[in-house]
Design a protein around this ligand. Sequence first.
Ligand SMILES: NC(=O)c1ccc[n+]([C@@H]2O[C@H](COP(=O)([O-])OP(=O)(O)OC[C@H]3O[C@@H](n4cnc5c(N)ncnc54)[C@H](O)[C@@H]3O)[C@@H](O)[C@H]2O)c1
Length: 133
Amino acid sequence: MSLPQPFNLDGRVAVVTGAASGLGIEFSEAMAEAGADVVCSDVNEGACEETAERVHGLGRDVLAVRCDVSKEDDVKAMVERAVERYGRVDVLFNNAGTRRRGAGAASASTRPRTGIRSSTSTCTASTTARASA
Ligand SMILES: NC(=O)c1ccc[n+]([C@@H]2O[C@H](COP(=O)([O-])OP(=O)(O)OC[C@H]3O[C@@H](n4cnc5c(N)ncnc54)[C@H](O)[C@@H]3O)[C@@H](O)[C@H]2O)c1
């Protein structure tokens, strides 16, 4: 009997937002190494394509999609493309954001709410897609 291995994502589909930089690159590769096909999305389309090439180099199928997670229509379109291609979304890594420091008190007070809103809309779009797939 073979037991499921931790982080075995064979046959799964993972969406990574903010895939063009930093942790988004690391986790896109990690999902692929664990066996998942990966939807790499980011507002920075060119750099996102570079991450997608890295994932492809790991032997997994990959879809690169430009998406600004602060725009609900972008998020819906990204999830629709993922479902069109793979028929499902199993893993959602809500990573898009910024690590910039010292942007001022006003920005600091609004940034977390923006992050929560965009994460929520990405979750909602993915869950809706999964329910109707
Ligand atoms: N690196 C850390 O030490 C650290 C610590 C705590 C939290 N985080 C969080 O982890 C996430 C990634 O951090 P990182 O260090 O890799 O940051 P990073 O700046 O290297 O990468 C962030 C990525 O998100 C993308 N992005 C930004 N706004 C976006 C938007 N509206 N829509 C789509 N994509 C968008 C950027 O284009 C970029 O590719 C961030 O949310 C950050 O706040 C990071």
